[in-house]
Design a protein around this ligand. Structure first.
Ligand code: ZN
Length: 457
């Protein structure tokens, strides 16, 4: 029978459980239901408070599989007491069925001696090692009202980001029980809204929503020629050393972090870069990969060095680029993947499980800045290149062409039997529209556009 699992913040998870006076048939049946519940939930241990019973009972077990994880003998233990703990400690990423979605690195004894009553009610003593020892310590904690999140060593993180690419990563760090985001650094607000209103970066908006301290220095260079700006950088450096971060994380921030800023982090400076490094270093890796017709790309988490995107890599994952995907869509997809990857890379770092490797400098390529001046469509190019150009420029700056002096942006296109099929069209100041809408509202532009696209068919 699968029992419902109690989740935080239920107070039973914070209550000390009562010892069992006698191992009855009812309690043994309960223990078997707990084992069934644990397995059905992909857990490896369960304590009675987690199914709503405040009694000293834990179960554990993991059958050997081809999975590299070690196995755990099936364990039913009433009134467990840890009588000895090894001095040797190990660090491992833990989760808990009562705290869904959260993980963290916990340091625990590598081996423990535990006494208690078994399913027959007999007093036993056992020595548990490895994963078995870890599970027993985790479950005994539950019986004392202690959760793994109480045992986490906290790390202070300063986050640097500006574009929406970094937003899921920032949100992941804020949500993570082991990281305290102590400052968010983002580019200064830029004019550009209607009536020259200042626009806050997506990262600033996310930081405001979460009540994070925000810094927006116009430069990080304390030796800047402009004395006012240099003073701003000095002030920021002062704040930064005040928050004394363990980690600094950068995700499309927009400025290079100078060495004195990098030196502040006690543990490491990590950068999330959406490409298969050393390919596509620089500011526009996603757009450039699409522009060059790549069918795969990736996300790297690397250690920062003073040289741009050249540091040793800590983790790299590959992703397919879909045939009709725009830069905006791919950015959103990679941003989510990058958030998960950043967290697991940081957890591996804390657990001393990172493997770094150097980039092959001879294979490095660099991306150029993409702006409105790069976005004009060259209709003389082969259809494939035109489609890639349109996908790479979408949604910003937006590939454009001019028809009778009117700027027309094309936000979506794909190849169909070697010909260009135009999708979303944008006439500045209007809402994006389909080719059918364009035909109904702007017949001349529609005819011209079709002609341009067809010429290459
Ligand atoms: Zn647990």
């Amino acid at each position: 029978m699968k029992l419902p699992i109690v989740k935080i913040p239920d107070p039973i998870l914070r209550t000390k459980s009562l010892p069992v006076k006698k191992v009855t048939a009812e309690l043994v049946l309960l223990a078997h239901h707990m084992l069934e519940t644990m397995r059905a939930s992909n857990g490896i241990g369960l304590a009675a408070p987690q199914i709503g019973r405040s009694i000293q009972l834990l179960v554990a077990g993991l059958s050997p599989t081809d999975d590299e994880r070690e196995s755990i003998p099936e364990t039913i233990l009433f009134n467990p007491r840890i009588t000895k703990r090894s001095k040797l400690k190990t660090k491992l990423i833990e989760g808990c069925l009562s705290i869904p979605g959260l993980t963290g690195v916990v340091e625990r004894s590598a081996a423990v001696t535990v006494t208690g009553l078994n399913a027959q009610g007999k007093s036993i003593t056992m020595v548990a090692e490895g994963l078995h020892a870890r599970v027993i310590q985790h479950e005994v904690d539950h019986l004392n009202g202690v959760l793994f999140t109480d045992r986490l060593v906290k790390y202070r993180v300063v986050f640097y980001g500006t574009s929406d690419f970094g937003q899921p990563a920032l949100e992941g760090l804020i949500k993570h029980p082991q990281f305290d985001v102590v400052a968010v650094v983002t580019e200064t607000d830029k004019p550009g809204g209607r009536g020259h209103r200042l626009i806050e970066s997506p990262i600033k908006q996310c930081a405001v929503k979460n009540g994070m301290p925000i810094y927006q220095p116009s430069t990080l260079n304390t030796n800047h020629k402009d004395g006012w700006r240099a003073a701003e950088a000095v002030e920021f450096a002062h704040h930064l050393s005040g928050v004394s971060p363990d980690f600094q994380v950068v995700a499309s921030y927009g400025k290079i972090l100078p060495q004195p800023v990098l030196d502040v982090a006690a543990k490491a400076n990590l950068n999330i870069h959406p490409s298969l490094l050393p390919k596509y270093r620089g500011a526009t890796p996603i757009q450039s990969a699409i522009l060059h017709g790549e069918t795969k790309t990736g996300v790297c988490v690397m250690q920062m060095s003073a040289e741009m995107d050249a540091g040793p890599i800590l983790s790299m994952y590959e992703y397919m680029i879909l045939a009709s995907e725009t830069a905006g869509e791919l950015t959103a997809r990679l941003a989510k993947a990058a958030a998960t990857q950043l967290i697991s890379t940081l957890e591996d770092w804390i657990a001393d499980k990172t493997d770094t490797w150097m980039q092959d400098e001879t294979k490095a390529t660099y991306t150029a800045k993409i702006g409105p001046e790069t976005a004009r469509i060259d209709w003389l190019l082969p259809p494939k290149n035109i489609v890639n150009h349109i996908r790479a420029m979408s949604p910003k700056p937006g590939a454009y062409t001019e028809i009778n002096g009117q700027m027309v942006k094309i936000l979506r296109a794909q190849l169909s039997d070697g010909a260009i099929m135009l999708g979303e069209i944008l006439i500045p100041g209007k809402k994006p529209m389909s080719m059918t809408d364009l035909k109904n509202g702007y017949r001349t532009i529609h005819t011209h556009l079709k002609g341009l696209a067809q010429k290459k068919a």
